[in-house]
Design a protein around this ligand. Structure first.
Ligand SMILES: Nc1ncnc2c1ncn2[C@@H]1O[C@H](COP(=O)(O)OP(=O)(O)OP(=O)(O)O)[C@@H](O)[C@H]1O
Ligand SMILES: [Mg+2]
Length: 499
């Protein structure tokens, strides 16, 4: 313990008294401690709801989705609470989230726990004085450096296991067949290169060839469905996920928002669009695909066309129309990790078709009264469709869009309204409002990019934009990245829960 860190800790501890509340402990003790441990604000999420547990802090998940479980969970209590009474709670949370480590504190006492195969063991307990004296050990266990070392080791071991496995396969193939399959036997574990961020994040979620098909759904118009879908797709791809976008809205906003003109780039080129896919049995997903690339982001898109507007009667008369997209997508479920569907703001056939094809529903909303009222109808619709499906249709959560960062009081009352609606029905009591760090702010740069035909991450390459606009675009895209990381976490948890 250096004199410097000793006085830093003393200063941190001075910030609260025995009469302080839990939120004070979070802001004045836990966050400063996390900063001293080398984490930045991007490394943790607060007030995360996972499987009905509200975790005060989830640390080390956002850095890498290579891990299926978070590194550290922190449970915070008010100083007047005896933390011994909350050990069961953090044990429970650690088991549910699969966290490696847990920290339980009331700002005066600190306990570190370790999770090995769901057996939770307390490693060490500190008072403020012993924490100051033994800070070096505390730091060694919980610091970001240790966390990074842990992820790197995990990655390396995983590669070694894969290499070993490949060698076994190679030997078997060489013994059993004449195919001449060979693997460089000189490759050693030491030669394994440290992966780039994209490689680190290569698709782990859907290894078994099943993509997560998500309808981004709200019958209220203009809540940001299309904008969320486009930028979330770009963020998922930046995280190494292979993404297919399906525009099933006659307005074709997603199509044009990605720089595809339905007339020039689709119709006049003799290409097929969503209307053919839905009504022509011979048209496959592949026949409709348009591949787009912006720097390192690559997306496949099934475009839409205004003609879909006049097709409601044809859709209704097409046999088994509700399952048509589900059937046509089946073949492509190994090709994409995420398929995002952007439907129109209505309860027509296009919506039923999308929901029948989906493995989850993401509900975007604004923090305003009417969009929030619409949540109830949206959830009722998802529950109604659920009854006609072979597999359950989970609602993955409510994602906030066009959030006014200055209106914190409005946000508080609107989130209460959302919680009220979610708690009304047994089917939606497990549906979570996504955490605040995933909320997409209302920024004029976001509204201006659909005209440009690119996802907002590409704004940095646009010479027509000022550096201030580029900064705002980066700010917005950071939020979409957090939304994407949270969505990955939620889909992993839902998949695990569904066996
Ligand atoms: N975060 C944001 N900040 C500012 N403007 C936004 C943001 N997100 C979306 N917008 C703008 O709000 C409007 C509605 O967004 P969008 O088209 O994505 O909504 P939608 O729900 O898909 O609409 P529809 O119901 O018509 O399909 C658009 O003009 C869009 O550019
Ligand atoms: Mg739209």
């Amino acid at each position: 313990m250096t004199a410097d860190s000793s006085s830093t800790l003393q200063d941190i501890f001075k910030a609260i008294t025995p009469n302080s509340n839990e939120s004070d402990v979070e802001k004045k003790i836990v966050i400063p401690l996390l900063l001293t441990l080398g984490y930045t604000h991007a490394d943790w999420q607060s007030q995360v709801v996972i499987l009905q547990s509200k975790l005060d802090f989830l640390v080390g998940q956002s850095d890498s989705v290579l891990l299926t479980t978070p590194y550290l969970i922190i449970e915070v209590k008010a100083p007047n609470k005896n933390i011994a009474h909350s050990v069961w709670q953090i044990n429970n949370y650690m088991r549910r989230a699969g966290a490696v480590l847990g920290l339980l504190t009331n700002g005066y006492d600190f306990r570190i726990l370790y999770n090995y195969e769901e057996k939770i063991t307390q490693i060490v307990e500190y008072s403020r004085t012993t924490l100051i004296n033994q800070y070096k050990i505390f730091h060694k266990i919980l610091s970001k450096k240790t966390y990074l070392h842990y992820t790197a080791t995990l990655y390396k071991n995983q590669q070694q296991i894969r290499l070993h496995f490949l060698k076994l396969i190679s030997q078997t193939v060489q013994q059993e067949s004449t195919l001449g399959f060979s693997i460089n036997s000189h490759t050693s574990a030491n030669q394994i290169q440290q992966p780039s961020e994209k490689e680190m994040l290569l698709p782990e979620t859907h290894k078994e060839g099943k993509s997560m098909i998500i309808t981004v759904f709200n019958n209220k118009g203009g809540v940001g469905k299309t904008t969320t879908t486009i930028n979330l797709a770009a963020a998922l791809n930046k995280l190494g996920k292979r993404v297919l976008l399906i525009d099933i809205d006659a307005q074709a906003n997603l199509t044009t928002g990605l720089g595809i003109d339905p007339l020039e780039d689709v119709e006049q080129q003799g290409k097929k669009d969503i209307s053919h896919l839905l009504t022509d049995p011979r048209t496959s997903v592949e026949d409709t695909l348009i591949h787009k690339q912006w720097d390192d982001v690559e997306l496949d898109i099934v475009p839409s066309h205004i003609r879909l507007c006049d097709m409601e009667a044809t859709l209704i008369n097409t046999p088994d129309i509700d399952r048509i997209l589900a059937r046509k997508l089946k073949k492509y479920r190994h090709k994409y990790d995420y398929v995002l569907i952007d439907p129109p703001p209505s309860f027509g056939k296009a919506n039923t078709i999308s929901l029948m094809a989906s493995s989850g529903v993401l509900i975007p909303t604004q923090l305003a009264h009417y969009p929030i009222r619409a949540l109830e109808y949206v959830m009722n619709r998802a529950i109604a469709v659920d009854q006609y499906r072979d597999e359950p249709l989970p609602i993955l959560g409510v994602a906030v869009s066009m959030y006014n960062r200055a209106a914190t009081k409005v946000a508080q009352s609107m989130t209460n309204e959302i919680f009220n609606i979610l708690s009304k029905k047994p089917e939606t009591q497990n549906v979570d409002l996504f955490p605040q760090n995933t909320w997409i702010p209302n920024l004029s740069i976001v509204a201006s990019t659909p005209n440009k035909g690119y996802p907002i991450c590409f704004a940095e390459f646009d010479n027509e934009l000022s550096s201030k606009d580029k900064e705002a675009a980066q700010d917005a895209f950071d939020c979409y990245m957090k939304l994407a990381k949270h969505l990955i976490l939620v889909t992993q948890v839902k998949e695990q829960a569904n066996g």
